[in-house]
Design a protein around this ligand. Structure first.
Ligand code: PMP
Length: 362
């Protein structure tokens, strides 16, 4: 089988077992005579799928009963806008500007300031250091804020929270698009967690929202389709949900459970990242631009400092079965996204190529 070592930041590499299962069931799901793509979202077949997907997610993350799981569409970017609309109460919201996506979330809230009488404060930022570390949050935060928003893993810049800031009276909201399901998380530390599924949790088209009950129904004057409570009350079946991505999410979460759950998966992810960071830390050619304590286990950016050399190295990896090592257009260099489904042997092979290239370019 000629599968690439796909280092894409998302949509990203999927477990072969999941693809094979989807392939086996493609034409005839569970003796229905239909593909999952052809099933009515109101059918018993699909009900079973969505219920199993939610049960799996609850099991993996140990989600308490007072949290609702919503399967939405529109991507994490849609949540950037629906979040302030749904959670505003006093009208003041706090953002941590730790990277491209945290900034985008903040800007989406700023767009609503006048129309919805919202005041958006950036309470910490690392923009002045090109986001090479996480922002430094202060010890205290005013209880006047309706929430504090953070991005738990900055996909482009390669920084990641290892512990999460906790402020009494201010719900923490996290965009976990690029690290949800890569490790255990204490859901009770959050008012809301959300993620586009297309990294560790599935494929594009599904947006996951995990929200504490008391944060639902705060703004019932919202257009129905923007109101999280609409989906909470309808078990995500208010309208046609993204049926196939929900099915893939179910297969992925089945796979994660079979793999031993999130603790086992986190251990493997740590091991993979360590192989890469260990090499980077002794290399004379390749450098990690990210502050050590803040380094991401999921997305590992690195540079040579010379754009031509970067391009040459990327070409070498492509000749050797790798795809998508090129860094985000905003930062350049290289970025290895080593999500759950990316194998350890792929990381080791990448490091071998780095060593070979380094020798050739001393
Ligand atoms: N947040 C993070 C951390 C991301 O990595 C991404 C996508 N790469 C987004 C938000 C945007 O997600 P979407 O494309 O699903 O809107």
């Amino acid at each position: 089988m000629n599968r690439a070592y796909n280092l894409s930041a998302g949509p990203a590499i999927l477990p072969v077992e999941v693809l094979e299962k989807a392939q086996a069931e493609l034409l005839n799901y569970n003796n229905s005579g239909m593909s999952v793509m052809e099933l009515s979202h109101r059918s018993g077949y699909f009900e079973e799928i969505i219920e199993a997907a939610e049960a799996n997610l609850r099991q993996l993350l140990n989600i308490p009963d007072n949290y609702k799981v919503l399967f939405l569409q529109g991507g994490a970017s849609m949540v950037f806008t629906t979040l302030p609309l749904n959670l505003r109460q006093k009208g003041k919201v706090a953002y941590d500007n730790g990277g491209n996506f945290g900034k985008k979330a903040m800007q989406a809230a700023v767009e609503l300031e006048d129309a919805y009488n919202i005041e958006v404060d950036v309470v910490a930022s690392s923009a002045e250091d090109s986001y090479t570390h996480l922002p430094e949050l202060s010890k205290n935060l005013s209880k006047d804020y309706d929430y504090l928003h953070i991005c738990s893993n900055n996909t482009i810049e390669g920084t990641q929270y290892k512990t999460y800031p906790q402020y009494e009276g201010v719900p923490l909201v996290a965009d976990m698009s690029s690290d949800l399901l890569s490790k255990p998380v204490d859901v009770t530390q959050f008012g809301m967690i959300y993620a586009g599924a297309q990294k560790n949790a599935g494929i594009a088209g599904l947006t996951l929202v995990i929200i504490r009950d008391d944060l639902l129904g705060l703004n019932e004057d919202l257009p129905t389709i923007f109101n999280y409570n609409t989906f909470a009350k309808a078990n995500s079946l208010y309208n046609t949900p993204s049926t196939y991505p929900i099915y893939i999410h179910k297969l992925i979460t089945d796979w994660l459970i079979e793999e031993g759950g999130l603790e086992a998966v986190a251990k493997r992810n740590e091991e993979k990242a360590q192989v890469l960071y260990d090499y980077l830390d002794q290399s004379q050619l390749f450098k990690s631009p990210v502050k050590k304590e803040d380094r991401s286990v999921m997305n590992v950016p690195f540079v040579t400092g010379d754009a031509d050399l970067d391009a040459k190295f990327i070409a070498l990896t492509e000749e050797n079965g790798f795809q998508n090592l090129k860094g985000h257009r905003s930062v350049g260099g290289m970025r290895a996204s080593i999500y759950n489904a990316f194998p350890l042997e792929g990381v080791k092979r990448l490091v071998e190529l780095m060593a070979q290239f380094e020798k050739e370019h001393q």
